[in-house]
Write a protein that binds this ligand. Structure first.
Ligand code: GLN
Length: 217
């Protein structure tokens, strides 16, 4: 069984460990270089990307993480974690760096004030279109329940990036949505990123997808 680390410098670490457990993976916290060196996959949780960026450097994890990503380590970044995986960001702080690896431009806090935080159901390629009750806990199709908390979005994606989910054009009442069409989940090789938090809505299918990536899928 592969071991999946959750970067535990800041952010919602416990929720990711619980979601990984739900899909039958072994999750461990990662704070030290030796721990990072030992995992088969890594989750970068939501939190505050500027803080996690600083702590990655203070804890001497940043260079090792970049090296492991280049070697193909599967990494899943949620929200602040998606910001960290982006090669380029908009609306970052002056000294903010990312780890990079995904050929995307990510805008921080992109959803604006009055919709700082919200929950919604989203179509997600490879998840909402999959109905496979024979798989493990019984993967059912249907949209993924997501939570956006001062979330970023992907503003531009390079040709190697597979778009997995976008904000729909209209909401469930048929009203037009301001952020219509914005990319909120994507994959590039062994890197997976979501603007939202699937770990707090009780829908573990995104974690299931990541575990299958770690297992070689
Ligand atoms: N707004 C945060 C940032 O810029 C991300 C929010 C989150 O991870 N929920 O880092």
């Amino acid at each position: 069984n592969p071991t999946i680390g959750v970067l535990a410098l800041q952010g919602d670490v416990r929720e990711h460990l619980a979601a990984l457990e739900t899909v039958g993976a072994r999750g461990v916290t990662v704070r030290r270089p030796a721990e990072l060196a030992a995992v088969d996959g890594l989750v970068l949780p939501g939190g505050e990307s500027t803080t996690i960026d600083k702590l990655l450097r203070i804890f001497e994890l940043r260079d090792l993480l970049q090296a492991r990503i280049k070697e193909g380590l599967p990494v899943y970044g949620s929200c602040a974690g998606m910001i960290l995986l982006a090669d380029r960001i908009l609306d970052g702080t002056a000294d903010q760096q990312t780890v990079g690896g995904m050929d995307v431009v990510v805008r921080r806090n992109a959803f604006g004030r009055q919709v700082d935080s919200f929950e919604t159901d989203l179509d997600f390629a490879g998840i909402s279109d999959v109905d496979d009750p024979s798989a493990g806990s019984g993967r059912r199709g249907g949209p993924v329940r997501t939570a956006f908390i001062r979330a970023p979005w992907i503003e531009e994606a390079g040709s190697e990036v597979e778009v997995l989910s976008r904000i729909p054009a209209v909401d469930t009442q048929g009203r037009p949505v301001a952020a219509a069409g914005r990319i909120v989940a994507a994959r590039q090789g062994s890197l997976l990123a979501t603007a939202f938090h699937p770990e707090i809505t009780g829908d573990a299918r995104v974690h299931g997808l990541f575990v299958s990536m770690v297992a070689g899928g």
